[in-house]
Design a binder for this molecule. Structure first.
Ligand code: HEM
Length: 435
């Protein structure tokens, strides 16, 4: 596995030369029961991924997300009244649990999963959610158990591509999996950060009140234009990015030497003292499948000499330092980049101002990547941000939030490549209006 932490090299691998790194690792899923999982966009590879992504991307345009805004608002209103009700009867409210209920409810509302529901929709009963939008691409029902993601409808003169039933169900299940924990964790982390920083909370509430004054209510436009709200969410995602790795699998041989004047070999030639003894200057290396490219201290690219294979000088490709072979996996240490003092002064401090428009120019490109990078980044980023912003805005307008005594520490759980709050996020809620 190649662990890449240099923004310039990342740009080449994840964006510019993406066609060499299009896939993620695949898992062997021989069972018939695994078909739903195997057909998820996140698991697809090569041309099948490309086609499915092209069909699904229009589901997440601003216009479509705006259409889902009322569904999300309804769920956020229910969240707020549920939390305030709990605040009246319990010593504190566990916001990790409640935000989890909210995001599950919202994503279920926006991506409902059932064959019966699909049938009902096809007979004209529409809601403007993801399912409606995916069904719009389905002209023929095709083979319900068919594994092919995309059918070319050759009969149609426009040769429109259609999704079969299994593929639609797979994407709905994927929405539930991808959209539940990620957004819930973001909301749980932002709420405890705001509870610990009352001055930031108050400034954000002020912005929300002004927005409601200007627009008459919480509106899609108001939410999307609110700069401090955006900055608070972005800073939370910097400190606590829910997805910890951005995995890609090399599909075409790639030479790393060209991308940058600061090539990885240049780093190896001037290594940290720990490995210096073992590196001979001026050598070129070819990585084998088992090779590891990692510096545990700084997350920058170095060579692990235990597993690398040295290429004789006559085998060197001119101008090439490192070759990545098909099958090798590349990933980047997102959490470490987000907290690297090279890019983020006082990285541990919660400071939303970093993301205000006037300061954005100070941010190094590709050092804030909570939704991933390049053509295979998070499909639903705009939806997730809209959902989180609506819930946070409604919560703050309804209630003051403080940390429950004894629950000040932000504990994290790093399981399965996901970052979540460990245990509960226990807050005291004080209603701001007469209920
Ligand atoms: C705050 C919330 C969220 C965060 C931080 C987040 C983050 C991520 C990250 C880091 C990736 C990997 C990107 C890469 O490899 O470059 C990803 C992929 C993905 N996310 Fe999200 N996500 C969030 C919410 C959602 C929601 C709500 C949905 C669906 C409704 C969703 C659907 C997906 C899908 C389908 C992929 C795979 C895309 C592909 O392989 O083409 N995400 N997300």
């Amino acid at each position: 596995m190649l662990l890449v932490g240099d923004p310039e090299i990342m740009r080449h691998i994840y964006v510019k030369d993406f066609d060499h790194f299009m896939d993620r690792r695949t898992f062997n899923m021989p069972s018939k029961k695994d078909r739903v999982m195997a057909n998820m966009l996140s698991m697809k590879t090569g041309e099948e991924w490309k086609k499915l992504r092209a069909i699904m991307s229009p589901t997440f345009t601003s216009g479509k997300i705006k259409g889902m805004f009322p569904l999300v608002c309804k769920k956020a209103d229910q969240l707020v009244s549920f939390c305030l009700k709990e605040a009246r009867t319990k010593p504190f409210v566990d916001m990790k649990y409640n935000f989890g209920r909210f995001t599950l409810d919202t994503i279920a509302s926006c991506a409902f999963v059932a064959r019966e529901t699909m049938r009902a929709r096809q007979s004209g009963n529409k809601r403007g959610d993801f399912l409606d939008l995916l069904l719009e691409a389905e002209v023929s029902t095709g083979d319900a158990e068919g594994i092919s993601a995309v059918q070319d409808d050759n009969k149609s003169s426009t040769s429109k591509q259609t999704l079969n039933e299994l593929t639609i169900i797979s994407q709905s299940v994927m929405f539930l999996l991808a959209g539940y924990d990620t957004t819930a964790s973001t909301l749980a982390f932002v709420s405890i950060l705001l509870a610990k920083h009352p001055e930031i909370q108050q400034r954000l509430r002020q912005e929300m009140s002004e927005m409601v004054e200007e627009h008459g209510d919480i509106t899609y436009q108001g939410i999307m234009e609110a700069k401090y709200l955006d900055a608070c969410i972005m800073e939370t995602l910097r400190l606590y990015p829910p997805g910890l790795f951005l995995e890609r699998k090399c599909v075409k041989e790639y030479n790393l030497s060209q991308p940058t004047p600061r090539s990885p070999l240049a780093r190896v030639r001037r290594p940290r003292r720990r490995i210096e003894r073992r590196v001979e200057d001026g050598l070129s290396y070819k990585l084998t499948d088992e090779s590891v490219f990692i510096c545990r201290e700084c997350a920058e690219v170095v060579l692990n000499l235990r597993t690398q294979r040295q290429i004789n000088s006559e085998n060197r490709i001119p101008g090439t330092d490192v070759t990545i072979e098909p099958g090798m996996v590349v990933t980047c240490p997102l959490f470490q980049i987000h907290r690297d003092p090279k890019y983020w002064p006082e990285p541990e401090v919660f400071r939303p101002e970093r993301f205000l428009p006037e300061n954005k120019a100070n941010i190094t490109h590709l050092t804030h990547i909570p939704f991933g990078i390049g053509p295979r980044n998070c499909l639903a980023m705009r939806f997730a941000l809209m959902e989180a912003k609506v819930a946070l805005a409604k919560m703050l307008l309804a209630s003051d939030i403080r940390v429950a005594p004894g629950h000040e520490e932000i504990k994290t759980d790093f399981g399965m490549g996901l970052l979540r709050p460990k245990d509960g996020v226990n807050l005291l809620l004080t209603p701001l209006k007469e209920e």
